[in-house]
Write a protein that binds this ligand. Structure first.
Ligand SMILES: C[S@@+](CC[C@H](N)C(=O)[O-])C[C@H]1O[C@@H](n2cnc3c(N)ncnc32)[C@H](O)[C@@H]1O
Length: 385
């Protein structure tokens, strides 16, 4: 490894990139646990190695003894689960968040009595049996589903894999989050079925929206944000492109006793917002929670334009003292968001203040030393005269 990479790894960075590796044994199979050394062959770290990946080394430990002890994996799994034990107002949480729990490439989400697992690195893929056994011993779930989708696996040279690993996993699982209830489709839903990371946004809507306010929830998926607002007595319009998600969202609205307060629009939120700006309708709240707008750095310009478009049209719908709730999961755009919103507000001619800013839910902790683990940020802007 280069000396710069060694320095970063010693300061707990979890990733080493291809051009930082000076020499590697070409015969190493993907996902092998290897010792990483400096130019004098002294131990630096133990890591998963995968020559296919643009992150060939994922650090496991800086302690040679820990990594050679076969209990490191079950021990870390138990530790991660124990750290979420205080999250008691919900039976749906992220139990293991990859690098943040020093388990690179492993995601485990709990939905009531079921677990959904993703193996996103070749190294974790090789340890899958031990992972499943540890989860069974610790949690005794009724079923474990693997949702190792293509988007994470291709990069590691692994095929996509969706299958039940143990027990049975129903098509829909009922979860609870405080006063809210949702049905989750772990087999076909986005991510592992539900946006667990948006829990703090639901909490804010439940706390701040007032009865009889008008709320627009764009990119609404299965309705978690719009339903939170409706639960407070607001009248809500939800816009979502995929009809199957709207079907599930409608069931969720029924479950929460708010079906009569929500209008569902199946369509493209970009077009819908543009068309709506022509009308005189106002919303006290506009929620923008788009999917990733730039998957790679090269798509930044397009991503900026898309976000600017959304914000301009959302701002046109807000009265004075209205709130724009914006969530951005596009890592490459995060640092530019406030500037984009400032430019958009100049186009619309309104003054904005930032009333609040928050991150992904804290069962998805982000590591200071691996900045990409902070992937979701939300803002509440309010308009003022
Ligand atoms: C980040 S998710 C929203 C999560 C949701 N707020 C929640 O808390 O469950 C983005 C959603 O936008 C939808 N989507 C993607 N492009 C869209 C578009 N152009 N118009 C409307 N919906 C779109 C996706 O189907 C997905 O459900």
């Amino acid at each position: 490894m280069t000396s710069a990479a060694i320095k970063r790894v010693r300061n707990h960075d979890g990733w080493v990139f291809r051009d930082e590796i000076l020499r590697a044994d070409a015969s190493l199979p993907a996902g092998e646990l290897v010792d990483v050394t400096d130019h004098q062959e002294r131990f630096v770290a133990c890591a998963f190695y995968n020559a296919h990946s643009h992150i060939p080394l994922r650090i496991i430990s800086l302690d040679a003894d820990e990594a050679s002890d076969p209990t490191w994996l079950p021990h870390r799994i138990a530790q991660a689960i124990a750290q979420r034990a205080r999250l008691t107002h919900t039976n749906a949480k992220r139990l293991i968040f990859s690098e943040a729990d020093r388990l690179p490439g492993l995601i485990v989400d709990q939905y009531a009595d079921y677990l959904v697992v993703q193996f996103r690195s070749a190294g974790m893929d090789r340890l899958r049996e031990m992972v499943v056994e540890s989860l069974q011993n610790l949690l005794h779930p009724q079923g474990i589903l693997e949702r190792s989708d293509k988007e994470f696996r291709e990069e590691e040279g692994l095929p996509a894999s969706t299958r039940v690993l143990s027990g049975d996993v129903p098509q829909r699982i009922l979860i609870e989050e405080g006063s809210l209830r949702f049905l989750v489709d772990p087999h076909r839903g986005l991510k592992t079925g539900f946006y667990l990371d948006q829990r703090p946004t639901r909490t804010r809507l439940l706390a701040l929206v007032e009865p009889d306010q008008q709320v627009l929830d764009t990119f609404s998926y299965t309705g978690s944000l719009g339903i939170s607002a409706a639960k407070r007595g607001a009248r809500v319009v939800c816009v979502e492109q995929q009809e199957s998600f709207i079907e599930l969202a409608k069931e969720n609205a029924q479950l929460n006793g708010v079906a009569n307060r929500i209008e569902w629009i199946a369509g493209d939120a970009f077009y819908w917002l543009t068309a709506q700006a022509e009308s005189k309708t106002n919303f006290h709240w506009v929620v923008l929670d788009p999917p990733a707008l730039a998957k790679q750095k090269q798509q930044m310009v397009k991503g900026r334009q898309a976000l600017h478009h959304l914000v301009v049209h959302a701002l046109r719908l807000l009265p004075p003292d209205g709130s724009l709730l914006l969530s951005v999961c596009t890592y490459h755009l995060l640092n530019a968001v406030e500037e984009i919103v400032r430019i958009a507000s100049a186009d619309v001619g309104c003054r904005l203040s930032i009333r609040d800013q928050w991150l992904q839910a804290d069962d998805h902790p982000w590591i200071l030393h691996v900045p990409a683990t902070r992937y979701l940020t939300s803002w509440r802007f309010s308009t003022s005269a």
